[in-house]
Design a binder for this molecule. Structure first.
Ligand code: HEC
Ligand code: HEC
Length: 233
């Protein structure tokens, strides 16, 4: 058996670390953003996620608009590498179709779409009422329906347990790969909790057994989602 020198071992470890981290190594800073390309790719995504990334079918398709660029990017790479399950999307993120540069264009494009939580007040009977503009505005407005559960208990739990990462207003962190929970469909969020607990998706790489999420009862999570659903009111 050959014995490796300390230096060789360290070099090997370094190579392994580099290889396992390269999946997300491509950054927005080094990217030459092509908005037209983002728009074009979005035509494919729109079939499920809506033309403004607002999601739909009560959370069958999650909202993507406004999500942190790095978060969208990371999820896309994980779908592509089959590290996060998503059968409907597989054919769209196949390596040949979605190299990192393409993924970055669509991630930035979606991040820059800002959705509203309330429709502006307009007089629909006024002579200059523009029905088309109104329809577009309505499509860009999403308001998560109040989820069942105890909002006050949920608020306390959220503030203590989730805020440090998902932000005090539930909006995630724009400059990190941390998604918003506010403004996202409750049914979709529940599905993710199940995926995390079943270890089909990773919530926290430092907690591979998902001890953290498992430490909450269904009722407590229900309360947290009830609270999250009020954050966009
Ligand atoms: C055929 C339907 C379909 C198409 C087309 C599609 N998606 Fe999806 N996407 C889904 C479904 C379903 C989910 C939710 C999977 C789950 O519940 O775990 C999803 C989830 C996602 C997520 C994860 C959101 C989150 O909060 O973690 C991202 C990011 C995403 N899609 C981006 C895209 C992009 C970008 C495109 C276009 C290149 C696209 N999708 C095209 C069906 C689709
Ligand atoms: C240590 C930081 C941290 C804490 C604390 C934390 N989260 Fe997360 N959460 C994350 C990260 C990072 C992700 C994205 C994981 C990935 O990249 O797939 C995430 C993703 C999620 C998602 C999936 C969202 C989506 O769009 O798919 C849900 C649901 C979620 N967290 C719920 C919670 C709840 C509920 C709490 C509090 C009980 C909580 N998290 C506390 C870091 C955290």
């Amino acid at each position: 058996m050959t014995r490796l020198s300390t230096l060789t071992r360290l070099t090997l470890i370094a190579i392994i670390l580099i290889l396992t981290n390269t999946a997300y190594a491509y950054t927005e800073a080094e990217h030459d953003y092509d908005e037209d390309n983002g728009d074009e790719i979005n035509q494919i995504c729109a079939g499920c996620h809506g033309e403004f990334g607002m999601g739909g079918k009560d959370g069958k398709y999650p909202r993507l608009a406004g999500m942190p660029t790095q978060y969208i990017f990371k999820q896309m790479v994980e779908f592509r590498e089959r590290k996060r399950p998503n059968m409907p999307m597989v054919e769209h993120v196949d390596d040949r179709q979605m190299p990192d540069k393409e993924i970055m264009d669509i991630s930035i494009f979606l991040n820059r779409i800002k959705l509203k939580t309330h429709l502006s007040k307009v007089d629909e009977t006024a002579p200059d009422f523009d029905a088309y503009a109104r329809l577009q505005e309505a499509k860009k407005t999403i308001q998560i329906g109040r989820a069942k559960g105890d909002v006050e208990k949920g608020r306390k739990l959220y503030q203590k347990e989730c805020k440090s990462c998902h932000g005090k207003d539930g909006m995630g962190k724009q400059d990190e790969a941390i998604p918003q929970l506010a403004g996202q469909y409750t049914k979709y969020l529940w599905r993710q909790i199940k995926l995390f607990i079943d270890q089909k998706r990773t919530h926290d790489i430092d907690d591979p057994e998902e001890e953290f999420l498992k430490s909450f009862s269904q009722e407590e999570l229900q309360d947290i989602f009830a609270y999250a659903s009020t954050l966009d009111d």
